[in-house]
Design a protein around this ligand. Sequence first.
Ligand code: GLA
Length: 495
Amino acid sequence: MARESGSFGIASRTIGTCALLLGASQVQALDDGLARTPPMGWNSWNTFYGDISQDVILQTANAMVGSGMKEAGFRYIVLDDGWISGRDASGAPVENRTKFPKGFKFLTDSIHALGLKAGIYTAVGAKTCMGLEGSLDHEAADAKQYAAWGFDFLKNDWCKNVPSDLVSRPMVLYSRMKNAIQATGRPIVLSLCEKGQSGVATPWTWSDSVGHMWRTTNDINASFSTVIGRNVNGTAGLAAFQHPGGFNDPDMLEVGNTANGMTETEFESHFSLWCVMGSPLMAGNDLRKMTARVKSILTDKDAISVDQDSLGLQGARIVNDAGGAMVFVKKLKDPAARAILLFNNGAGPMNMGVKWTDKEIGWKSSDKVTVFNIWSKAKTTGVTDGFSASGVPRHGNAFLLLRNESMPTGIRRADSSGSEPSLERGRDGFRFSLPAGASGYTLFLHAPNGERQAFRPGADGKITLPEGALPAGIAFAVLSGPSGIARTWRLANLR
Ligand code: GLA
């Protein structure tokens, strides 16, 4: 084993400090049975900003049922910033009664009566992004009140007035709210909205100990170039950090929002990208006024089945070329199936395709595969070698479900049998093996605060990490190969 030259000593010390500050229990994934698949719902911000009211929320809840979205799996109706008027004498938060005249108990009862769930928003600092009351030093009272009101989901922002001694310690603040919520005994999904403002710029490496989903980028807006350049590109490389109970969140959807001229083709690609990435699906449009096409995109059961697959994986981006071609592959619970997204982010129509032997598909050219096109619903059986789509329009896509008919359901075939990198826990520590003859690999051990240690394999192609080399704060091992991230392991799963 050879350590990569550089900051090992420094990183090690920092990790040690971090582990001490946090305590071992705070770096375990929540794993409390909630959000085993990406949460689905609606959030008020992208359309209404702070201008929310009882009428808007209840009309939206009814529209979620009437449009077929509830039947398609959408559940949470989430109030974003703009609901709080202040605190009462006991410190409990009070809803704005001008906007919500019958109060929040009435609101959540009405949402629950429709078979839906209710969500609310706060921020860890003293102020929310709108400059209203945040939860700092009121975590217990706030959590108690959210539970008493009957909320099932909490979006917890970062934003303003975070005390300077806590600015770079987001886990401390998010732990406070997580503990307060858990103390209420009510199952509440925790959606974190720290986007790197804390200076600990990798929320995905620590958030799963304190939340079920976490933002990966700054705010989305209804412009297609922002959706791709910021939200998709900022999330595509983070597949390693996602798992049932903990999801990367590229932000609420802008499907249906035309403020910046997004087209229906772009809405379809935007939705397909979120589904192939297995992202939370929080609609952000006005559900009361949807075109038929927007409604059919948001309720497409085949697209949603890709998103909601129980493995909870984020699809891997296997192509991202300078001409704008992007190809994603998502492995699914059925080992003989793959979801493929061919997305054209180029300047004109494009011919796009995949081969069965491609990375993340890993089948034989001769395998006979059924190709189902999610948007056209066309099905072709017995396809060998690969699939190509000609003339995919600019900003359009082909979203495909593949099923390998040469591979019976339930039988798992290794993608590259016998030569996959592996990481095992033995008596004397972790033993990591590379595929025979592989070169150019580095193993990174990530701590929740974003610090990492790098190891290169010895001449035997192996790295053995003795117990002592693995500080308590380490959460992920990421194997980086010659063409990017090759494999990742959540170490908690190996313990
Ligand atoms: C931040 C969040 C948004 C929204 C606003 C509310 O910008 O990222 O999603 O919650 O605050 O003020």
